[in-house]
Design a protein around this ligand. Structure first.
Ligand code: NAP
Length: 140
């Protein structure tokens, strides 16, 4: 199995649901974590608990439906812990109800978070790793 110790991962959607489990599983293998979502408090709490496990972990809140925040996250995540090795595009919106009854804003947000944001983070965060052929991206 691939050695992950001392690598660094960005996990989006790390505030609740599957995200915190992914972050803890990576931390258990010695991976440093950049944690993102809109909700700052659970991210900060999770980062603190992961640091107690002996890895570096920081919270970088961002709303992935907002273009400027997507771009800022991609830039900051790469810079904060000296580069990224793993990108987990986990943040997602599950659409509920009948499509034509959804508001235009809800549809736009779903497309932005589920489709545009992973493209943005994949292009923005991992360029250096892609070029060296050593990057990993995972979208659940
Ligand atoms: N659960 C399943 O059975 C299942 C099955 C297949 C695939 N998936 C996929 O796995 C991923 C996680 O699922 P889940 O069940 O853990 O979902 P969840 O409980 O609804 O959590 C979604 C995560 O995405 C974040 N998020 C939502 N909107 C965001 C936005 N505008 N900007 C930034 N972050 C945002 C949320 O954080 P904030 O609200 O704090 O921003 C939260 O951390 C999703 O992509 C989902 O499609 C889930």
């Amino acid at each position: 199995m691939r050695e992950l110790r001392d690598t660094t991962a960005l996990v989006t959607g790390a505030s609740r649901g599957i995200g915190p489990y992914i972050a803890r599983a990576l931390a258990a293998r010695g991976v440093n974590l950049v944690l993102s979502a809109r909700s700052e408090a659970p991210l900060t709490e999770l980062a603190a608990s992961l640091r107690l496990q002996g890895v570096r972990a920081i919270a970088l809140p961002a709303d992935l439906a907002v273009a400027t925040e997507r771009v800022a996250l991609a830039r900051s995540a790469e810079a904060e812990l000296d580069g990224l090795d793993i990108l987990v595009n986990n943040a997602g919106i599950e659409s509920e109800g009948v499509f034509i009854e959804q508001s235009a804003q809800a549809i736009d947000d779903t497309v932005a978070v589920n489709l545009i944001a992973p493209r943005c983070t994949s292009r923005g965060c991992c360029c250096r790793r892609w070029c060296s052929g050593d990057g990993v991206t995972w979208s659940p």
